[in-house]
Design a protein around this ligand. Sequence first.
Ligand code: AMP
Ligand code: AMP
Length: 128
Amino acid sequence: MSITVDKVIKREPLVINENATVKDAVDIMSRENVGLLVIVNSAGKPIGVISERDIIRALSRGKDLNAKVTEVGTIGNIITVSPKDSIYKAALLMNDHKIRHLVVMDGDKLRGVISIRDIISEERVVSS
Ligand code: AMP
Ligand code: AMP
């Protein structure tokens, strides 16, 4: 039986407010050593994500670090899994959407973020 997503969540979800700047995001990502933050509105509801890849693209297009995270990140269409989904399903979703992170939602509650790194390290444990 495949391992479930909740078993590979490493920590509480790291989020950033929708009014924050890319500089704020870079500071959190650097300090916390993560490649993606969930963008939340003032009610704490996830509205999008911003990843290192978005920031690289934005800088290449001439945007600066004072841009809002909502101008740079992916807004609206968040790809999610639930805690009881298998990591196999998570891997397929990452592959299909060409993304390295998934937002874990338990109903409408934000539970965490998993990255491709979590799945690879888990598969190594399974096959050894
Ligand atoms: P990454 O460098 O983005 O692949 O992520 C490094 C580790 O941090 C992975 O083990 C993820 O589970 C975790 N992680 C990444 N982004 C977040 C986030 N926004 N909130 C909580 N944990 C995260
Ligand atoms: P990544 O490979 O995870 O750094 O992200 C590549 C692109 O996909 C960036 O534009 C991200 O904003 C977007 N992205 C990453 N994870 C998700 C997700 N779970 N839902 C929606 N978009 C995402």
